[in-house]
Write a protein that binds this ligand. Sequence first.
Ligand code: NAP
Ligand code: HSE
Length: 428
Amino acid sequence: MEPIKVGLLGLGTVGTGVVRIVEGHQEDLSNQVGCPITIAQILVKDRAKARSISVDASKLTEDPWEIVRNPDIDVIVEVMGGIAQSKEYILEALERGKHVVTANKDLMALHGQEILQKARDKGCDVLYEASVAGGIPIIRTLIEGFSSDRITKIMGIVNGTTNYILTKMSQEGAAYADVLKEAQELGYAESDPTSDVEGLDAARKMTILSSLGFRANVSLDDVSAKGISQVSQEDIQYAKRLGYVLKLLGIAERQDDTISVSVQPTMIKQSHPIASVNGVFNAVYVLGEAVGETMFYGAGAGELPTATSVVADLVAVVKNMKLGVNGRQAQLSYNVMKLKTDEQIASKFFLLLHVEDRAGVLAQIAQVFSDCDVSIESVMQPSAPNKSSTEIIIITHEASKASMNHVLKAFGSLAAVREIKSVYRVEG
Ligand code: NAP
Ligand code: HSE
């Protein structure tokens, strides 16, 4: 049987895992697809670089066009990252009738619609399972497993770096800056960790998940994102005292034809299944009208977990080739949805205030909530002996962000409120 020839763009963490799995599981893979799968050429930036895997040096090239324009290559596997160049190579490959597998969430969140349209036009497959939650097969699950249901909520811990940081802060009482440094030394966080810690990486992944889950065209601009760089040890300890855990959650919700998608540090009830997802692990909780609650858990990154998803996509492409059905994916963004603005999104809120400790202050604070039509669920004032100021922790009932912003603005002109220390969304 003629082998299927793969052009691999990138031989870093994920590319190395792809080579290991394709070579190590060759017999099993060819039994599934009915022919061998061969990695014929590999694009790298530097051919002379030392590698953790031994590959035939004649397969390595620094010229992308040698692979993308090679008529013998059937499938391009893009695991080099970046946006502009990888997009150019993928579009050129599709133009030439090659199928594409990619792990690139940055690219798919920004240009996914254009790439998928091009694939449809050319009768090609573009699969991107590894782009969200590395080793968890969540994309196939949303497309196929939930095709019969209407999804109303997706909540994800989709960034391992920030989950690692928050877990260490919570379990070991460590400071944010110290754990971030440790995560960088361990190779979890990038040397520039901005897109992880400021929530952009999670926002890109939620763009992909919400588009698929709601079968709508959600763009990155539709997703409001806030990261964890302002989270303090004090916030985490208060969350614990109140029975919550602080997690960076992507939350996508649907009510009829209106959706909202956001990423923010969120206090989630300790009893919620997603609250116990710790360390670098990822999880995606999906609520369907018919199925109810489900949750998918596993490694969100790393060489072999991510490569597992990439190679599973490769197997799917080759099976489609054998059946002659490439490029016949169902239309996945047919719902026209209204998007809630950030201000319209409603949730419960946690507030930590530093206030003057004297008679009448609590009454003034309660008056502000009443004036802004925000109902209070609970109030806690830890004892603070011998101080002129104290802390007040308030959890509200569900309120829109617009109403909460009115509350915060009013506190800004209330002399008794010395500092609005923290505000978090509360779930569960
Ligand atoms: P990586 O370790 O940095 O590897 C990138 C590879 O691509 C390297 O082999 C590099 O060549 C090559 N490369 C990069 N830019 C190139 C260019 N302009 N021309 C030629 N070759 C180029 O990256 P990675 O961690 O494997 O990630 C790859 C993709 O998978 C990214 O889109 C990432 O977001 C996604 N992803 C990664 C993970 C993970 O766990 N790492 C998980 C999920 C998704 P050299 O080796 O010569 O430098
Ligand atoms: N930086 C990402 C994370 C890698 O921490 O989850 C996987 O996309």
